[in-house]
Design a protein. Structure first.
Ligand code: SF4
Length: 270
């Protein structure tokens, strides 16, 4: 079966110990059956696994194989092929269709945020394939970004207060996100901020359109909220957009409960 990937995909590389928000802490890491079988002859590994998952350590819930210098002890001892499937695969995602797969990279990873948000080329698939109408509309750079948002969402966007209330009611995975939510000022108009960084917000919107093609209005909601969160974070503009995008993706996309809320809301308005 053919697999399509975004045009930036081949440039992805995990930055390992340089990563400030490693994915090797803060959530359950399930070990697949084949890897478990491989680990049976390594008691020093098996003693760190319980109920098929790594036993996370300390307040930060670190993977037991994540060293203080943020390198993976298992890779150092046994090589990259030895780690379990979820660790090899993250942060990739796949959408399965009848006779093809669309694969991409999740914005919860800071290396992916750099790759996606800094991308200057319009989104294309490799090998080449026709894009959805919504992504094609979002790729039209001679049209004002907010007009493109309106076309893609069909004009259906949540009011700023309704949007903020929705995120405040969601499951929270990292308390630093709650601090960002508390600083968001819904009276601030994000329009000029988005226009001034139109390529960055086009890239964010296209990421969501590609990953969640059934709910295009969600791509606009995510982009608008990331803009409000970036303004609340402040400081260097591009760094604040990347920080907001990474946190938003981690909190919203990587919680099944929160994605249920998103589908409930946006299947209704799409
Ligand atoms: S979040 Fe991304 S860059 Fe950081 S450790 Fe995980 S895969 Fe690597």
């Amino acid at each position: 079966m053919i697999t399509y990937v975004p045009n930036y995909y081949s440039r992805f590389k995990c930055i390992a110990d340089k990563c400030r928000h490693t994915c090797c802490k803060g959530w359950e890491i399930d070990v697949d059956e084949d890897s478990l079988k491989r680990y049976q002859t390594h008691p020093e590994i098996m003693e760190k696994i319980e109920d098929g998952s790594y036993i996370l350590q300390g307040d930060e819930e670190r993977c037991p194989f994540l060293r203080e210098d943020n390198l993976c002890q298992m890779i150092i001892d046994h090589g990259e092929d030895f780690i379990c499937n979820i660790c090899k695969d993250h942060p990739r995602f796949r959408n399965y269709h009848e006779d093809y797969i669309e694969m991409g990279l999740g914005l919860c990873c800071e290396a992916v945020c750099d790759l996606v948000i800094d991308n200057r080329d319009t989104f294309e698939l490799v090998p080449p394939k026709a894009l959805s109408d919504a992504i094609t509309a979002m790729n039209e750079r001679d049209v004002d970004i907010l007009e493109r948002f309106a076309r893609v969402s069909g004009g259906l966007v949540l009011a700023a207060q309704e949007s903020l209330d929705m995120y405040k009611d969601m499951e929270c995975l990292d308390s630093s996100w709650q601090k960002v939510l508390a600083r968001i000022d819904i009276g601030t108009n994000a329009s000029e901020f988005i226009r001034e960084q139109s390529i960055e917000f086009e890239n964010i919107a296209v990421y969501y359109l590609y990953r969640y093609p059934a709910i295009p209005a969600f791509a606009v909601e995510a982009s608008l909220f990331i803009a409000r969160a970036a303004m609340a974070i402040g400081g260097d503009v591009i760094a604040s957009i990347k920080a907001a995008a990474r946190m938003y993706s981690s909190e919203v996309e990587y919680s099944d409960l929160n994605m249920d809320t998103i589908y409930d809301v946006f299947e209704e308005v799409t």
